[in-house]
Design a protein around this ligand. Structure first.
Ligand SMILES: CC(C)(COP(=O)(O)OP(=O)(O)OC[C@H]1O[C@@H](n2cnc3c(N)ncnc32)[C@H](O)[C@@H]1OP(=O)(O)O)[C@@H](O)C(=O)NCCC(=O)NCCS
Length: 155
């Protein structure tokens, strides 16, 4: 995990809570927090029996508790093979069927067109743009908001 996550091309697309550089201690700290969860909301992504990245579905709180936020990354050697598209479809199904949520949402930085494409391929709808809501690497950026509803709720 530390080897794949220690990549500026990954960190630039994620919140500042994702460390950069990403050390072995960061990976250990992450694993100690998220192993033995019940229900599981953080998953490793396996491709041909190899660990390639992470995907999460974190339930929101209070009046937003029927929603969850999705997040993901995979290592650069594995980009553009359709892996995250498959993982997003799987975790979306898991969220709707097992976690009892009805809405999955996330925000993508304006320049992250690959992630926007993944969400669109998975049936997420672009709901709006939070203008200049993100500060990343010292610059202001728009965040594009996407969400998918449980199919039974969509007429
Ligand atoms: C974004 C990311 C998750 C995509 O994962 P992936 O497994 O490579 O995605 P997929 O292969 O399933 O699909 C990628 C799609 O984006 C397209 N794409 C790739 N680079 C692109 C770019 N620069 N501009 C537009 N589209 C791009 C691909 O062509 C593909 O679309 P297609 O199937 O229509 O050809 C991966 O690159 C990653 O981990 N990036 C760093 C972390 C990150 O951005 N996380 C998400 C934060 S919101």
């Amino acid at each position: 995990m530390a080897e794949l996550a220690n990549n500026e091309k990954i960190a630039r697309n994620l919140r500042d809570g994702f460390p950069h550089p990403y050390t072995l201690a960061d990976a250990e700290n992450f694993l100690s927090k998220f192993t033995n969860q019940d229900p599981v909301t953080y998953f490793g992504i396996d491709f041909n029996e190899e660990y390639v990245g992470n995907i999460s579905l974190v339930p929101c709180q209070d009046i937003y508790r029927m929603s969850a936020e999705i997040g993901y990354f995979i290592g650069e050697p594995f980009w553009n093979k359709g892996i995250v598209t498959t993982a997003v479809n799987l975790i979306t199904e898991y969220g709707f069927q097992q976690l009892g949520i009805i809405r999955i949402q996330t925000g993508v930085f304006e320049y992250n067109t690959a992630s926007q494409r993944v969400l669109e391929k998975c049936g997420f709808v672009k709901e709006g743009v939070f203008r200049k809501s993100v500060i990343k690497q010292g610059k202001l950026w728009d965040e594009v908001r996407y969400a998918k509803l449980k199919p039974e709720l969509v007429k």
